[in-house]
Ligand binder design. Structure first.
Ligand SMILES: Cc1ncc(COP(=O)(O)O)c(C=O)c1O
Length: 465
């Protein structure tokens, strides 16, 4: 009845938690009868848990180190990639039970990789550990994470209250796409004014409060505990985009319900992958995978297992990368300020939310890897970026962030161009705002001398004020 397949002696490591390594000597392919305990295997001790619980107040690096480690099929220190789109079963009855929801990924029963895939699930476990949530699942892009979680939590005729200052794509999703396609409306507010958030929420109709922990591109820092308190008191779910501040801030540990990420940025670090994640309660993640009602399952923007493997290998050094991004951003911000440039950086004491960020951040990571220079006009911003890239090789003119090279773009005419002039003014986006994602390639002094070289050429052009 319980049929096992020929196994490699080391295959016991396959997909198992360290805890369960010595307990499980069969291959993964089991019959439901096995699962039911007919073979005498104690499933309460194995309990490989879809998502082990992480401590709410934990440092993200510590939480990641405590997350379940997957070994490779042949005992490799790295996990194997489960590259299969579909999974076979021992008995037809098992298939029926999987579709009925009786056997699931929490017990290593997989159906099809648009639903759960073990390798993607492993990255989800890392993301859940990083953000201190019960669960997480990964998506094909940050926008996939944002749109699918909003469509899961908000229905036709209901409302979102959102920050005025959001990534342009998210702003367009809320302003144009969701009202047209789903009749989901959004009230935009200044989230630094908690009273205006409270007034904007319509009890019963508003389902989600949505904001970015550190806003794109203005680097305003949201008061996550206070906003969460206000929203929760009115029955509203708090969704926070933490793309700009992984490791630095943990929104869920500060009271938010759901954290979304564009993994394409710092978490990937390579500017070579588009990916996202939804981190939140297991009930939410499971609902997004529901065969009848799940936005991820039915709209289908799930992640490919090969991509998930690549990303899983990068997460262990995210904390080191973040520390260096943040260290250099702070140092450059101080030096740029000394030069008389108008710098916006939450690590500078004059930043309006410097104290707030200090009170919420995990101490040893700094204040974020992005800074902004307000050059006032688009012409001056473009001129400076031209010097920085083409004269001194300080960085690249490119959108996105979290790369080892410095990336810079004039936000008003690029990643925030979806906002009209009035929306940009309300969001505090100056036409000459250059957003810089500070890289860590080369030495700090080498990069700084490149910056000085570009500035001196810029001064010669007569545009420096
Ligand atoms: C803050 C923020 N959230 C979400 C996104 C969307 O992510 P993706 O490009 O991975 O879809 C971006 C992209 O620029 C972003 O900056």
């Amino acid at each position: 009845m319980h049929k096992t397949f020929p196994i490699n002696p080391k295959s016991q490591f396959s997909n198992l938690s360290k805890m369960a390594e010595t307990q499980f000597l069969t291959t993964k392919k089991r019959s439901a009868a096995v699962h039911d305990g007919v073979d005498g295997f104690d499933y309460t001790t194995k309990k490989s848990m879809l998502f082990p619980t992480t401590k709410a107040d934990q440092d993200p690096a510590a939480a990641l180190a405590g997350a379940r480690h997957e070994f490779g099929e042949h005992g490799g220190v790295n996990m194997s990639i489960e590259a299969s789109a579909t999974f076979t079963v021992m008995e037809p009855e098992t298939m029926r039970r999987m579709f009925a929801g009786e056997l699931g990924a929490d017990r290593d029963f997989f159906i099809y990789s648009r639903h759960f895939n073990p390798t993607v699930l492993n990255l989800g476990r890392q993301m859940a550990a990083l953000e201190g949530t019960d669960a997480a699942y990964c998506t094909s892009s940050g926008m996939a994470a944002i749109s699918s979680v909003l469509m899961q939590l908000v229905s036709n005729g209901q409302n979102v209250v959102a920050s005025r200052t959001l990534y342009g794509g998210t702003h367009a999703l809320l302003t144009h796409f969701l009202p047209r396609v789903c009749n989901i409306t959004t009230t935009f507010v200044d989230v630094s004014d908690v009273e205006s958030v409270r007034h904007a929420i319509v009890e019963g109709k508003t389902k989600v409060l949505y904001f970015e922990s550190v806003s794109n591109p203005t680097l305003a820092v949201a008061d996550i505990p206070e906003l969460s308190r206000v929203a929760h008191a009115m029955g509203v779910t708090v969704v926070v985009d933490n793309t700009f501040a992984p490791m630095v801030l943990s929104p869920a540990r500060l009271g938010a319900d759901v954290v979304v990420h564009s993994i394409s940025k710092f978490i990937s670090g390579g500017a070579d992958i588009i990916a996202g994640a939804v981190c939140g309660p297991a009930s939410l993640v499971n609902s997004m995978m529901d065969l009848h009602q799940g936005s991820l399952m039915l709209l289908g923007p799930t992640m490919n297992a090969k991509v998930a493997f690549e990303l899983s290998e990068r997460i262990p050094h995210l904390s080191l990368r973040m520390k260096e991004h943040c260290k250099r951003a702070l140092e450059f911000a101080k030096r740029m300020k000394k030069m008389g440039l108008k710098v916006i950086y939450p690590g500078l004491e004059e930043h309006p939310q410097h104290g707030l960020l200090k009170s919420m951040a995990h101490k040893e990571y700094g204040f974020g890897g992005l800074l902004c220079l307000d050059m006032e006009t688009e012409e001056r911003a473009n001129r400076l970026m031209d010097m920085l890239q083409n004269h001194s090789q300080f960085g690249y003119m490119a959108v996105s962030l979290g790369y080892y090279e410095t990336l810079m773009s004039c936000s008003g005419s690029s990643t925030s161009s979806e906002l009209n002039s009035e929306e940009k003014a309300l969001a505090g986006i100056s036409p000459g705002l250059i957003r810089m994602s500070i890289g860590y390639i080369g030495t700090l002094d080498q990069k700084w001398s490149q910056f000085e070289k570009a500035i001196s050429r810029f001064q010669d052009s007569g545009l420096f004020k």
